[in-house]
Structure formats: structure tokens, C-alpha cells
Design a protein around this ligand. Structure first.
Ligand code: FAD
Ligand code: EPU
Length: 314
């Protein structure tokens, strides 16, 4: 299936995205590309423009709901953009323990966040509690400003290298990324690498904290089932969409193979052969019931990919 020199970077013509997403739902991509460098990302976008095709970026696929019909155009998968470099102290003259004594690390966009966590832990660097307990890539976590109760990704970001739709390569500082609750300005560009500044920590104390967060998440969330994490954004700080769903008696509600988790009301799990249609139907059932009983219209957090949802048209 691979034909490396036909479209430039390593390319697969058609692949069910169910195999590339954690919810395990979705049809094929028209073209799937695995660029290995910023230059190959540029080539990919140029090829897409030449062929009049839309493009999208895929990391671990843990915040996506993909149409059963699949998606038109190019899916640029970041798995081959996975370097990791220790760049040393932010300010070598800074007093130990001060904010400037933080150490800079640079990670490729496709590096799994679990690898970023283990590489930094090994070096006695901390500050990445926000990334514990879910499958993601560095680029996807930056784009979504992923996190929760234990912090957000953007808080540790110094800068992000991006390829723009016209092929320009830029480095954006954290302010330009406009990190906010589950959002950033990194929508519509391709993140190729992220630089973080991380504090030195006591390894065993940090290790214990990571284990505690993991245990707490496993207790509260269905981490052992196929899902795309939380389906809805929380409607306000401190108001859990999952709790509202639970209070409406919807835990365990089903549509075909899609089911509201019995552990957490904001997770829809693939209970076996779920289709995108099942998941969308269940999302609408839940939204309607929560609106009717609680007066709250929940906003969707997961990104929906399909013929009618094209985030980046070249
Ligand atoms: P994908 O799902 O592949 O993509 C998500 C979005 O980012 C898409 O718009 C995609 O185009 C874009 N994107 C991906 N890579 C790039 C790139 N290199 N450049 C530009 N855009 C890019 N999220 C939380 O915030 N907190 C949680 O606690 C949490 N818990 C979860 C638990 C489980 C069990 C699961 C399955 C998911 C959970 N999530 C959570 C959701 C998800 O893991 C995060 O949103 C994660 O950051 C998505 O990363 P990804 O690499 O999988 O991105
Ligand atoms: N709760 C219930 N029933 C439920 C779900 C939750 O009663 O079905 C209660 C919990 O018992 C707790 C409160 O609601 O008292 C808050 O629950 P939780 O700690 O799980 O937090 P959340 O607000 O529901 C948010 C994020 C999660 C993140 C957790 C922990 C959103 C939409 N969700 O959930 O992020 O993991 O905090 O930090 O912001 C995601 O975005 O995909 C995601 C999983």
C-alpha cells in the first residue's frame, strides 16, 4: 500500500481511520501522508494545493469522531515527526529553583506524550502533570491545550514551530498560540515541534504524584475502553458536563454500539462495532435531554471529521 515517491513523503492511499483513532470509528482517508520533516510537511501541503484537495492533521486521534464515509483529501499523520532534544537551562546563570532555572526540551509534534513524560522524568524534569492519563501526541496536546484539574499543556510551552497553509515556517511564542480552555490559535496550521520549559523536581516525589493522578483518573474515567475522551466541553468552570449527564440518568444510555460510559457521563464508549452515526445519534440524545432537564446546551469538544466538516480547505 505504501508508495513513497508517488506523492512525496511516505503515502498510503486509503486507510480506515477507525484504525488510527481511539474511538475506533470512521471510514478511510482519500490520501494519508507521513511526513518526516518540516520540509516534507510543506511538500505535502503543496501537493494538496496542486491537486485541489483539503488537508487535515492527525496525531493520536484521541479527540476525533470520524464519519463512517471517511474524509476527502489528505490526512497528514504526524507519527514520523518525533524527535526529542534536551536544550539545557533556560538561563544558565539563574539561581537553582528559580523560574529561569527551568530546562528547555524540544519535542516533535508526533511524539507520544507518554514518551515525552518518560524522557523528561528520566532527566529529573517535571511540570507535565497535565499530560497524565490519556493517549495524545505533543502536537495534538498543544493544539487542544489539553489538560484538566492538574494543569494545561500551554502553561509549559515556550514556543511552537508551525508550518502555515502557504508553506511558511514560523516559530510562535506562547502568547501568539493564545492557549485557552481546550483551544488555541494552532487551528489551521501544522505544528511540527514544541519547546517546553520544565522545572527540575525530586524524582521520587514527582513519580508518586504521577501515579496518584493516574490512579485517580482510572477510578473516575473509563480508560480501559475505546473512547475519544470527553465529548462535551464543560459549560462553565467548575461545572462538569459529565455530572449533568449523570444527573439526567443517562449513564449507560445506548444507540447501536455507542454507549454513555457507566463510569463518567461525558465519555461515549465504543461498546462494540459502533458507527459514527451511532455516536452522533447518542450525542444528540444526550444534548436534548440535558437541555430539557437542566436548561444547558452542551458544546461538543471532540472534533468531527467528515465530508461536511472540513477544517482546512487549501
Ligand atoms: P488528535 O485527536 O489526532 O487531533 C485533535 C485535534 O488536534 C485535531 O483538530 C487535529 O487536526 C489537531 N492536531 C493534531 N496534531 C496536530 C499538529 N501536529 N498540528 C496541528 N494540529 C494538530 N483531553 C484533555 O484535554 N484532558 C483529558 O484529561 C483527556 N482525557 C482523555 C482520556 C481518554 C481516555 C481519551 C481517549 C482522550 C482524552 N482527552 C483528554 C482527549 C485527547 O486525548 C486530547 O485532546 C489530546 O490532546 C488529543 O491529542 P491527539 O494527538 O490525539 O490529537
Ligand atoms: N461526576 C459525576 N458523574 C459523572 C462524572 C462526573 O458525578 O458521570 C462528578 C465527579 O464525581 C466530580 C465532578 O463531577 O465530583 C467532576 O468530575 P471530573 O473530576 O471527572 O471532572 P470533569 O469536569 O468531569 C474534566 C475534563 C476532563 C479531565 C478531568 C480531570 C472537560 C470537558 N473534562 O472533567 O478532560 O480529565 O476534568 O482533570 O473539561 C477531556 O477533555 O477529554 C477530558 C477527559
Amino acid at each position: 500500500m505504501t508508495s513513497p515517491n508517488v506523492f512525496g513523503p511516505s503515502t498510503v492511499k486509503s486507510s480506515p481511520l477507525a484504525d488510527w483513532t481511539t474511538l475506533r470509528v470512521g471510514g478511510p482517508a482519500e490520501r494519508m501522508v507521513f511526513p518526516e520533516s518540516a520540509d516534507e510537511v510543506r511538500d505535502t501541503l503543496a501537493d494538496a494545493a496542486r491537486d485541489g484537495l483539503p488537508w487535515r492533521v492527525l496525531g493520536r486521534g484521541s479527540n476525533l469522531l470520524v464519519s463512517d464515509a471517511g474524509v476527502p483529501g489528505v490526512v497528514l499523520h504526524t507519527r514520523a515527526l518525533r524527535g526529542f532534544d534536551d536544550l539545557g537551562p533556560l538561563d544558565p546563570t539563574a539561581a537553582p529553583g528559580s523560574a529561569d532555572a527551568a530546562v528547555r526540551v524540544r519535542a516533535g509534534a508526533g511524539l507520544p506524550t507518554s514518551v515525552l513524560l518518560s524522557e523528561t522524568r528520566r532527566r529529573g524534569l517535571g511540570g507535565l502533570e497535565a499530560l497524565v492519563g490519556y493517549p495524545a501526541t505533543v502536537g495534538g496536546a498543544a493544539r487542544m491545550n489539553a489538560g484538566g484539574r492538574w494543569g494545561e499543556t500551554g502553561a509549559r510551552v515556550v514556543s511552537v514551530d508551525v508550518v502555515l497553509p502557504d508553506g511558511g515556517l514560523e516559530t510562535w511564542d506562547a502568547a501568539r498560540c493564545r492557549f485557552a480552555y481546550r483551544s488555541s490559535a494552532l487551528d489551521g496550521v501544522v505544528v511540527v515541534a514544541v519547546e517546553f520549559a520544565l522545572p527540575s523536581v525530586d524524582r521520587s516525589e514527582y513519580g508518586r504524584r504521577i501515579e496518584e493522578i493516574h490512579a485517580e483518573k482510572s477510578r473516575a474515567q473509563p480508560l480501559d475502553q475505546s473512547s475519544a475522551g470527553c465529548i462535551f466541553k464543560n459549560p462553565a468552570p467548575g461545572v462538569s458536563a459529565g455530572q449533568l449527564v449523570d444527573q439526567c440518568g443517562l449513564l449507560g444510555a445506548r444507540r447501536g454500539g455507542a454507549m454513555v460510559s457507566t463510569k463518567h457521563g461525558n465519555f461515549v464508549v465504543n461498546a462494540g462495532n459502533a458507527t459514527c452515526r451511532d455516536v452522533l445519534g447518542l450525542i444528540e440524545d444526550v444534548r436534548e435531554e440535558v437541555a430539557r432537564r437542566k436548561g444547558v446546551r452542551l458544546e461538543i469538544e471532540v472534533e468531527i471529521w467528515g465530508p461536511g466538516h472540513v477544517p482546512a480547505l487549501v
